[in-house]
Design a protein around this ligand. Sequence first.
Ligand code: ANZ
Ligand code: ZN
Length: 839
Amino acid sequence: MTGRFDPNEADRRWQARWAEEACFAADSDSDKPKTYVLEMFPYPSGRLHVGHARNYTMGDVLARYRRMQGHEVLHPMGWDAFGMPAENAAMERGIHPGTWTRSNIAAMREQLKRLGFALDWSRELATCDPAYYGHEQALFLDLFEAGLVYRKESEVNWDPVDMTVLANEQVIDGRGWRSGAPVERRKLAQWFLKITDFADDLLEGLKTLDQWPEKVRVMQENWIGKSRGLQFRFRLTEPVGGTEDVEVFTTRPDTIFGASFVAVAADHPIARSLAATDAKAAEFVAECKAGGTSAAEIETAEKKGYATGLEVVHPLDPEWRLPVYIANFVLMDYGTGAIFGVPGHDHRDFEFATQYDLPIQRVVAASSELASEPIGEEAACSPGIAVNSRFLDGLTTTQAAAEIIRRAEAAGWGHGTVQYRLRDWGVSRQRYWGTPIPIIRCPSCGPVPVPRDQLPVVLPEDVSFDSPGNPLDRHPSWKHVKCPACGGAAMRETDTFDTFVDSSWYFIRFASQPTDAPFDRAEAEKWLPVAQYIGGVEHAILHLLYARFWTRALQRLGKLDMAEPFNGLFTQGMVTHETYRAGDGSWLSPDEVKRDGDDWVHIEDGHPVIAGRVEKMSKSKRNVIDSDTIVQRYGADAARWFLLSDSPPERDLEWSEGGIEGASRFVQRVWKLANSTGTDDGEDAALGRKLHRTISGVSDAIEALQFNKAVAQLYELASTIEKARPSATRADAIRTLVLLIAPMAPHLAEECWFVLGREGLVANAPWPSFDPAMLVDDQVTLAVQVNGKLRDTVTAPRGLDRAAAEALALSSENVRRQLAGAAPRKIIVVPDRLVNIVA
Ligand code: ANZ
Ligand code: ZN
C-alpha cells in the first residue's frame, strides 16, 4: 500500500515539469484547431484570494480540456496594472506606485503558479510596462488620425480637497470618497473617443452574441439606450440674447397636449444669457453645479427650478403659453438640453410640478372611458390610449407619437430623431499612475500628436506624492518639451488614460506581440475572437463595451478584421465568506476567530465575536481567504476541486472549511484507486457502461461550463469503482478517471498517470472517447397493469422477450392479489414498456 498523496511535493514537481517542457506555450503556427480561452486579467492588488482562484480555475479546466481534445490553446495571463489603488498606497504608505505594483505582480504571479494553471507565461504582460502602453499610445494616434478622437470641455466631479477629478463611483452621497468633501462640478478640456459613432453597430452586434448571457446583452442594450423621439422648437414670446426659440427633445411626443412647462439645463445658452443679467438666475445656475454628475445622483436629487418669467407658444395651439424654467434635472449633454414637462406621465416632471404648483393633466389612460380619472399620487408612465388630446384621442401611445412626428415634419416645426443614451468616452484622467496621453499642447499650434518615433512617452518615475493633485504637473522637467510642429516651447498633456483603455485591447496583444507594432494582424486573427471569456459581471457594461468598440474601431481602420472580440462570455459568481466583528465593531479575519460551541470567539483574547452576514470576499470586511494558505494546507488540486464542486459556476460559492476538507479527501481516494490496480482481467459490463456514461456526461458538462456537474459525476464514478470487483474494466476505469479529473486536478492526475506507468504527461494525453452504444441503459422499468389500471412497476433487462415479461408481471405480489386466483384471459406486452393483464 502506497502512502498518502503529498500535494506540496507533487504540485512543485509537476509545475516544474510543465514549465521545463513549455507545455502550455501557444504556438501561433500550429496546424491544430485554435482555441483562445481568457479570464479577465487581474488588477495586481497584492494577494490572490480564493475568489480570483475560482475564476482562473474555470478557465483552466476549459483550456486543459481543449488541449486534451487536440486543440492548440492560447491561455494567457497578465496584469491590469495601472490605477488608483497604487496611488493611494503611495500616498498612505510612501511606496512608489511602480514599486508597489511590481511587487504585487511578483507575489500574485507566484500564487497563480502554485495553483498550477496551464498558462502561457511567455506572453505575460503588464499594462504599466512601456513595452505595452507605448503601443497603446500608437493605437490612440491611429484613432486620432482617423478622426475618432477629439477634445472637448466637459464637466467632471471635482474634489476640492484632494484637488482631483473623481469618477462617478468615487462620489458617495455627493462627497469625495477619500476626502469626504462636497464635490463640485468643474469644466475641463478632455480627450474623448467617438464611441457614439458605433452606437448602432454596438447595439446590432449584440444580436450576434448568442453565447453571451442574456442579462449582459440587456445591460449593454440599456446602456446604449437607443430611443426614437421628436426634436422640435418652441417659439419664445420674446427673444432672449438673440435666441428666438427653445429646441427640445422628447421620446413621448404623444403626450404633447399634457405639457405644462418647458425647462432648460443650467448650462443651456438661455440659462447662461439670463444669468449674465439676472443675479437670481445666476445664483440658481451656480447652485446646480454642486453635487455629482452621475445619472443616479441627478435622478435622486430634489427637483429644483428657477422660473425665468419667459414663455413659449405651444406648437399645436398659438393661444397656449407655457412657462420656461431652468431646472436641475435637465442635463446639457443629452438631447438638446431642454425639455417640455408632462407631470401626469413622467416622475421627474410630476415631482417638479407638485413643487411649483403647475397643472397635472391626464393625456394617457388605460382606456378612453378613463379620460377623466385624475392622476393620483404619482405619474402614470405606462403606455395606453391618448385622451384629452384633441385629434390624438383614441390613438395608442405608439400611434399618437407617430402622428405627432408626421404632423411636425409636414408643418416643418420638428423632426423625428434617434437618440442614444451612450455618450462619447472621456478617456482623460488627472492621475499619475496611467498611460501618458501622447499629445503635446502648443500655445500656437494647439494639441499636436507626439511623433511616432518618440513613442513610447514614458511615465517618469521620479515623482513625489507629498502633496495632492497630479505629480506629473509638478515634475520639474517632464512636461516641458518643444512643439513637434513649430519647435516653440510647449507642454505635454499631463493627463493619463482611463485604465479601461488599457484593458480594451490587451486580449489582442496576448494573441500577437511583435516589438515594433501593437500586434500583427495575421497572427492576431489566428486566435481571435476569444472563444471563451470568463469574468465578473461587474464588467458587464463598461469593459466589454469599450473592448467591443476598440475592436470595431480597429476594424474600421483596417487593422483587424472582426467586429466582436469575444465569442463566448461567462460571468462567474463570487466566493463569499461569513464576516466577523469584535466587540468594538472592527472586522476580524477568519483566522483570528475560532468556534466556541455555537458561538465565535477572538482567538487572541477570548472575547466574543459577532458573526455577520455571508458576503463577497473583500479586503474591507477582512473576510478574505488567501489562496496560498489553502494551497499550503490542502494542495492546489483540493482547492481547485472545491472551487468547482459546490455550486453552479454562475452562482456564488460560500467558502467552507468542510468543503475544502471533503475535496482533500477525494484527492486521497483517487490516489488510492490509482495505486490499487493489479493484474486484473475479466469484464464488468455495468462498470463499463457507467464509465462511458461518465465520459460523455463530463465532456458535456465541461462544454457547457457546468463544472459542478462534471465534478458530481466524477465523484459517482469514483464510488462505483471503489465498490467494483477487480477486472480489466476496473483498471481501464481508473485510467480513464485519471484523464477525466486531469483538467480539474492536474497535479494529482499527473502523479496517478505516472504510477499507472503511462507514457508522457497527462496534460498532453488525448481526452477519452466513449462508445455511444454503451450509453444506452440496459435496465428498463415495465409498467404492469391489470385491466388497464397500473398496479405495479418492475425493473427488467432491456429487450426482455414476451414470455419472460409475462412471467415477470404475473409474479408481482400486487397482480396476484388483483387476480385472486383467476387465470388471465389475455396478456398484452409492449416490449420494454408495459404488460397489461386482462382478467
Ligand atoms: C416629454 C415626456 C413626457 C418625456 C413623458 C418623458 C415622459 P429617455 O427615454 O431616457 O431617452 N429629457 C430629454 N432630454 C433631457 C435632458 N437633457 N435632461 C433630462 N431629461 C431629458 O428620456 C427621454 C425623455 O427624457 C424625454 O421625453 C424628456 O422628457 C426627457 F410622459 O419629453 B420626455
Ligand atoms: Zn507649435
